[in-house]
Design a protein around this ligand. Sequence first.
Ligand code: ADP
Ligand code: MG
Length: 324
Amino acid sequence: MPTPGEFEIIERCFTRPCADQRVVVGIGDDAAIVAAEGPLAVAVDMLIAGTHFPQDLPAHAVGHRSLAVNLSDLAAVGATPRWATLALSLPTADTPWLDAFADGFFALADRSGVSLIGGDTTRGPLTITVQALGDAPARPLLRSGGQVGDCVFVSGTLGDSAAALEILQQTGGEPAAQADFAAQADALIERFSYPEPRIALGRSLAGIATAAIDVSDGLLADLGHLCEQSGCGAVLDLEQLPLSAAIRTLFAPDLVETFALAGGDDYELCFSCAADDVDRILAIAAETGTPVTAIGRLTEQRGIRGRRDGGAEFALAATGYVHF
Ligand code: ADP
Ligand code: MG
């Protein structure tokens, strides 16, 4: 097959029928046009190969991930995703890679109700920039609304992606040597490769949770941002941190706690709510099929502290993923 050019790539991989009536102009003209019906939530994230994901991560997972990280940002403000644009810098026109990338991207887009409406395709180091747009709720979830005394929740489990990266680095991507551990290692690598944006949870939390953030750089770093913008601190009950069976099987407890507190790439939602609303939060978790766990409280004292089994509080150093 001859190497496809820019327009063949766009046509072959990224131009699909669009069912969304609100897309007035999609791929193929100079700019996309959508019928926005109110406040629009907009998020953009750039993924650089070798920096934000391993160079050899399968293309299908890269496609999923590049959209998922943006949908997670929309979820964190309670928005409903609608549209995305995709800017691709590619070292070569590798058709099998692009086909698998597009399959991963569209599998998530289709089940999330997202239409790809435009983008840009150039030659250069492998870099994927996705912008996601969606309908923002009347009362968006912000980082700044937390109140002293609020309960702090997190969705899903923490630390799995950081643990997966550790496994990938140790094994060089080879399957785990011991068969009994292979299934657990695979479960963690799956979590890293296919983060699940918590869209339904975020939408339902809008108007009820007092503040929210998605955990992309590690719980301490991201809860730290929520606290700073809410003008408070937090205390975490460390024995409550939600941990997967896989991470507990494969890693020692102190390393597990480090992954859960400081590891990145979880793409879970961390949010606060008034103590009176805890039952409503648990009902939303059940309705949306999203596990949530109460992990602590917002406090007047600044900084993030931990305690074990209700014992003495101690400071937790906020070391998350540092971009520079
Ligand atoms: P222009 O030169 O006017 O910016 P391009 O030739 O770059 O337009 O792109 C042609 C059309 O294809 C545009 O509608 C653009 O949004 C779309 N497009 C380009 N690359 C992608 C991509 N990777 N994914 C989706 N749409 C793309
Ligand atoms: Mg262009």
